[in-house]
Design a protein around this ligand. Sequence first.
Ligand code: ATP
Ligand code: MG
Length: 249
Amino acid sequence: MNASTVAKLKEIIRIYELFRSPGGKIISLPSGKGGVGKTVVALHLGAALTQLSYATAVIDMNLALPNLHSYAGELPDKTLTHYLTGLCKLEEVEKVKVKVGNSVLHIYPSRSIVDIAKKPELEKIVEFLTYLKNKYDYIILDLPPGISKYSIYPVRLSDCVFIVTADEKASYLDATKISKIFELRGVTISGHIVNKYEKKRDIEFENVICKIPLSPDVKRFPEVWNKRYFKPKIVKCFTELAEKISQMC
Ligand SMILES: Nc1ncnc2c1ncn2[C@@H]1O[C@H](COP(=O)(O)OP(=O)(O)OP(=O)(O)O)[C@@H](O)[C@H]1O
Ligand SMILES: [Mg+2]
């Protein structure tokens, strides 16, 4: 066996070990088009799962253009990008604790690889996720849009994959394309999440598990979860999505 075959086999064994290891489920949210709402869906879904008493973390896997820190309120000194580029150890990666209702959601922001100017070793994501699986019930990956190694690799490590699309024709077309590409690579798509839904037309799209309305409340993270008496519609919507996902994954 040559060195490259040995390396490939080792990689397959590492990924197999990740799936076999007990603990949390990894949920990834890829999309065809950019700007469809993956990041806000990841955050509100994370908030809803913590409200259902699941220990949940949201991870910024958009390593080139990360933006979870803008919702978390801070960008820690040691992030996933630092770990993947060899600048810190696994246990040193920092999280931000965000209060949502009566619970706390853990957010792992990332520093852009553009700032760090070092090439990340993507394969180290396996160790990072194995480490997190021991700590959380659900680990939600906020991904970059489209098809690249930065989206495909984490998707292949996930237990459940939900494609996010906005309620517009071009976005549906790209979601269909990306579903086919993932499926050709052996990834099972658990469902589609239609975001920015405006009820203007029927959705001719298969396996839709949730329609999230176009609403300014979506931008109000985490505040909408901390309202005591009035629960905005999107809180109900993400709670239903979290309940469905907790039964599926
Ligand atoms: N349901 C919604 N109603 C209203 N605005 C929304 C909704 N969902 C997302 N948005 C807004 O759309 C914009 C894009 O959202 P977001 O950053 O979550 O998309 P994304 O898919 O993560 O983008 P990217 O592909 O660049 O990572 C943001 O301004 C966000 O507040
Ligand atoms: Mg995003």
